[in-house]
Structure formats: C-alpha cells, structure tokens
Design a protein around this ligand. Structure first.
Ligand SMILES: Nc1ncnc2c1ncn2[C@@H]1O[C@H](COP(=O)(O)OP(=O)(O)O)[C@@H](O)[C@H]1O
Ligand SMILES: [Mg+2]
Length: 474
C-alpha cells in the first residue's frame, strides 16, 4: 500500500471511538468457521475497494498539515462517504469495522493497533498473517487478530522498520526496530521465515516495576529485596543473568535505583530501556548498519568509548560479545558498581558465557587468565527466571569468591528452591538462604555503613537454609 507515510506512523492518538478489547480466541460456537471466514473475505474485498477509492480522494500533502486526531477524523469521514456510495449499503457494525481497520491501516500499524494500545500486554508475536499471540500476565495466548494476507503484514512490517531507516525484503530479511513508544521490534521475513513475515514486539512499559513490586508479586522475599538493596548501595560489580524475558532488564533497572544521585552513570544499550532517575546519567545507544551496511556502532564501541567519559559506573544493558572484556576491565579499574545483564540459564553458565564472549571477541588469553579476570571483577550474580507457569522469580543471589585451581568459586547467599507442583500447573517453591553469615561483600557493607542491614537480611534469609543448594537453580 503506497500511502501512509512513515513519519506519521504510530504517533497517532487513538480514535475516540471505543474499540472492543482484544480477547483471547475462543472456539466459535454460534457460527461455523467457514461463515466467519466468508464474512472476513467479503470485508477484505470491500476494504480493498475502499482503499483504492481513498487514494484518489485523499490528498496526502493536505493530511500532513493536519493534527493527528484531525487526520483520523478526515480519513474516517472519507471512508464513510465512499461506503455510502455503494449500491448495497453495509450494516452499520460492518461500516464501523471497515472504518476502524482502514484508519489504522492508513495511519498506524493496522491490526496491531488495538494490541499496541492495550497496556497490560507485554509481548506481541505475529507468526505470519493469521497467527497472532500475546503475552498477558505471564501467559502466552492466541488472539483473534489477523492480517489480510502476507503482503498486508509485510507492509506493516515495512512501515515499522522504516521508522529506523531500514527496509525488510528478501535480500535483508532480518531487522530490528523500535516503535515511537520505545517498544522493541524484530522482523524476520521469508524466505527465512516459513510461515510468512514474523514480527515480535516487546512492548515498552512506561511504569517500570520497582523492587517493592517484585516483592508484592512474590518474585523475591522482603529479605531478598533487602540483600539486593545492599548490593546496589555498596557498589558491588554485578551481573544479572537469566533467559529471554525473565526480567533481567527490569531487575537491572530496580538495582540502578540505588545508585547515588551524585554519581556519573553511563548506560550502553541496544535500545534504551533503562529508566534511571538520577540526574547525572548519560544514556548511549548502539546503531545498526544503514541500508548500505555501513555506519554500525556496536556495543563494544560504546563501552570502550564510555571509559573515556569519566564514568563512576557503567551499566551495559545486554552483554553479548567482546564488550564483556571492556566491562570487566572497567569493573577492575575503579568503576565499582558497574553492571550488565547476560543471557544464561544459571549464574555459573553466565560466567561461562562471559568467558566464551571474551574468547570469541578475539582476545588471545589463556582460559585461566580470563577466569581470573571474571573472578576478580564480578562481586555478585543475580539470576532471574521465568518459571514454566509464567511467573518470574529471582532464583539466585550468588557471590563470586575467587579461584580454586582452574575453577571460579562461588557461594549462594539466597536461592529459590522448587518443591513441586500444586496440581494446577503452578510451580511451588520457596526462597531459602545459603547459610552464609559473613559474605564476601561484608567489608564493602562495613565501608558503606550497610552492615546491619546486610546482617539482618541474611539472618532472616538463613532461617530456611537449602539442604541442597544446587537444587535451587532452575
Ligand atoms: N518479577 C516480575 N514479575 C512480573 N513481571 C515481570 C517481572 N520482571 C519483569 N517482568 C515483566 O516481564 C517482561 C520482560 O521483562 P524484561 O526485564 O524486559 O526481561 P529481559 O530483560 O530478561 O528480557 C516485562 O514486561 C516486565 O515488565
Ligand atoms: Mg532485557
């Protein structure tokens, strides 16, 4: 579809007409599936017809001068005029649907619009034109949202990636982008994706969760949260590990809230998600290559550069490659309290991943030296997990102690122990202490005047000590 210019896209306020909330798909009980799809096909044919007529009567330049809401109103009026000219008038509910869908198509992201407007969704997953899923309250469910066909979906994808100056087609079928509201988008198109264009949106949450929220949700106990507070305040070097969507960034954001207001913090991210409230924060963002494949600024370039910016702390959104080396160096050379997230299934795996990232980054160092570097720079690893029932839990607070022979030694201060299942698909478990009373971070706590808080939190945590600590890892 030719009209609907990229720079307008997604900046439209929602129309004032109230749309029904998007509901999970239910089996169609009162109508057969074939009659529903016949009705859809009929509607699609009408929409194509109206779209054709619309291009002729709408002056794109004129629209540019209109405020967003006025543009919606003008287009809606034009669509209604076109529909009124049809020999067989449509029932009013069909008119409303054609108007809503076409306005979203022309000015926004088409069928995605109602999903984007729904604040409680965390992810939107489009697997080809007919299969749309959302994550709502930790559960993935299918919704009754569809695109007309692959071309329609690809057009919407195109519009999204054009916001960051990219194109998606057969020659460049993978693309990351960001919506104007900060939501992160990944598109992978055919021939790589076999079901048609596949779009994954991680919606941006304006109101980030706080540590208190995590306690309220049962993701961590109050004493666990207290430990995290101490770790943040005492400027521990920290890695947050976990799988995709486990809550790493959320946790990093919570911990960053304990950074002092007078510290200079430089953050490096692929797409700015962290929302630090301190006044002296410099957020940096990587840049993908342009259409000619040039001009890419990678995470490593940013981290290296931010070392020249006199930071007190460095926060790296996601450590994925050679920047691991620079972050560890920073931690080792006076930028105490630096932190980053690593994609891993356990704290121990996070350390292995860091090692591989450094080796893979072209640093020709013996494995033992890399491990020593990891052991010397990182104080604590906090691990987040998304359990199989959809709940997100902070499963480990683990201290990195040092080296024994070629192995990095750690000790668990706090972990989540899975005890079973309640029979209704919910995981049953509890947080337990590691039995440690004088942790490695004790001198730091003393230095920053946090020893009492630390001792109290550990005492409560250690009231339940895991008989088998490794069991706490999920
Ligand atoms: N403890 C939690 N309880 C409930 N929802 C959470 C929790 N932690 C994170 N979330 C939500 O889960 C989604 C993914 O979190 P995010 O921190 O972006 O994950 P990651 O960085 O690991 O991919 C976000 O929508 C976030 O608000
Ligand atoms: Mg993240």
């Amino acid at each position: 579809m030719a009209f609907g210019r990229a720079h307008r896209v997604g900046t439209m306020p929602k129309s004032t007409s109230v749309k029904p909330p998007v509901v999970p798909e239910k089996p169609d009980t009162d109508r057969s599936a074939t009659s529903a799809s016949k009705e859809n096909n009929e509607l699609y044919a009408i929409m194509d017809e109206v779209r054709g007529a619309l291009v002729e009567i709408i002056d794109a330049k004129e629209l540019d001068h209109l405020a967003a809401q006025d543009a919606r109103v003008e287009i809606a009026k034009a669509i209604r005029r076109i529909l009124a000219r049809r020999p067989a008038p449509l029932p009013s509910f069909m008119v409303d649907r054609v108007v809503d869908e076409l306005v979203d198509d022309v000015l926004g992201f088409g069928p995605l619009e109602p999903l984007l407007a729904q604040d409680d969704l965390t992810d939107i997953m489009v697997n080809g034109p007919k299969d749309v899923y959302v994550e709502l309250g930790g559960r993935i469910q299918k919704v009754n949202v569809q695109f007309r066909d692959e071309t329609h979906l690809l057009n919407i994808c195109q519009r999204i990636v054009s916001l960051v100056g990219r194109r998606v087609d057969e020659s460049s079928p993978i693309c990351d982008a960001r919506l104007p509201d900060g939501s992160r988008v990944n598109v992978i198109a055919p021939p790589l994706s076999l079901k048609g264009p596949t779009l994954t949106i991680r919606k941006f949450k304006k109101d980030k969760l706080t540590l208190e929220d995590l306690v309220r949700f049962g993701s961590i106990t109050p004493e666990g949260a207290e430990l995290i507070r101490v770790i943040g305040r005492t400027r521990c070097n920290l890695i947050v590990s976990g799988g995709t969507g486990s809550g790493k960034t959320t946790l990093l954001n919570c911990i960053a809230a304990f950074i002092d207001r007078d510290e200079r913090v430089v953050t490096c991210e692929d797409s700015a998600e962290l929302q630090l409230q301190q006044p002296h924060v410099v957020p940096l963002e990587t840049r993908p290559p342009n259409l000619e494949g040039e001009g890419e600024i990678r995470m490593r370039d940013l981290v290296k550069n931010c070392l020249r910016m006199r930071p007190d702390r460095i926060v790296v959104g996601e450590v994925r490659g050679g920047e691991a080396f620079d972050l560890l160096q920073a931690m080792n050379t006076g930028h105490d309290g630096s932190m980053g997230t690593v994609h891993a299934n356990s704290p121990r795996e996070a350390m292995r991943r860091l090692e591989t990232m450094i080796t893979g980054g072209g640093f020709n160092l013996p494995a033992r030296n890399i491990r020593e570097m990891i052991a010397n720079s990182i104080d604590v690893i906090i691990h987040a997990s998304r359990l199989r029932d959809g709940r997100r839990v902070i499963t480990d607070i683990t201290e990195v102690l040092g080296m024994e022979e070629d192995t990095i030694t750690t000790q668990s201060l706090f972990s989540y122990q899975i005890e079973g299942d309640d029979g209704e698909g919910h995981v049953v478990g509890r947080h337990v202490g590691g039995g440690v009373t004088q942790p490695n971070i004790w001198p730091r706590a003393v230095y920053y005047g946090e020893q009492q808080r630390l001792a109290d939190a550990l005492q409560v945590a250690n009231a339940h000590v895991s008989p088998d600590k490794s069991f706490g890892m999920v």
